[in-house]
Write a new protein. Sequence first.
Length: 311
Amino acid sequence: MNTSPAPDPGQPMPSSADPSHPAGPVSGPSAHSPWHAVEHTENFPVGSWLVPARLRGAVVAVYHFARHADDLADEGDAPVVAREAALLALDAAVQQASRGTPSGIAVVDGLMAPAARHGLDWQCFRDLIDAFRQDLRVTRYARADDVQDYCRRSADPVGRLMLQLYGADTPDNRGQADAICSALQRINFLQDIGIDAGKDRVYLPEETLAAAGSSAAQLLAEARAGRLGAASRLAVQREWQRAQAQLQSGVGLTARLPWRLAAELRFIIAGGQRILDRIAGAGYDAVAHRPALGWRDAPALLGLALRPRRR
């Protein structure tokens, strides 16, 4: 299991980019080679040799689209108005492609054949764009339900698309896949408190922070200082418990999936669990001790993959 930072198949949007023409073809891993990680610093694998050859091209196409949209929202130094326009243009291209007409945008048109072949739901791609647009204008979340709504659009669509590719998109499977994807997104929030602070973003719900005696302003100040105080660590612990429960609630999905996807998912869940263990081991201060996975984690990951924790 490769846990190094991902290769960068997306093209960050330059500050001079024309928002009506989102960046064109992206380079990256081919459909014939393994790849790992969605984000530049992501620790969870999203693809490997476990993906059957017949699906690799489709999975790469989904990967490229998600990375491209994410880069439009977060990379480079373009102003917010330009990023918003670029994402809206990308959404218009998705709608056009969904009607069977090529849009001229490579990362969108690359989805047309897989969508037709596997019955992919185009709304999943629009949900991803909507979540990335939200990141441009929303930097605080009042309630846990608000965070979950963001996860529903920023993370759950990827799991649903994988189920569709593997012909395993049933209501029960979808519910557990959503739980796993949302949990992984929440784990990423906990892991990246310090990184998000640099973007003036706080994904911990304000109600959780307030109940613990902290606040978004306090969390940001502490994150920028490099260490969380007791109240903020208590808030992290409570969100940790939420993510832990959500992750474990999806474990049963692996018993109902094709073996390749089940094996991949076991390691994805193991990676999330290992990050949670690291956060707990650091006293819930993921700023002073940001958890990351390396080759020394391989035995623990294998153990977690073979015997995942359950509620």
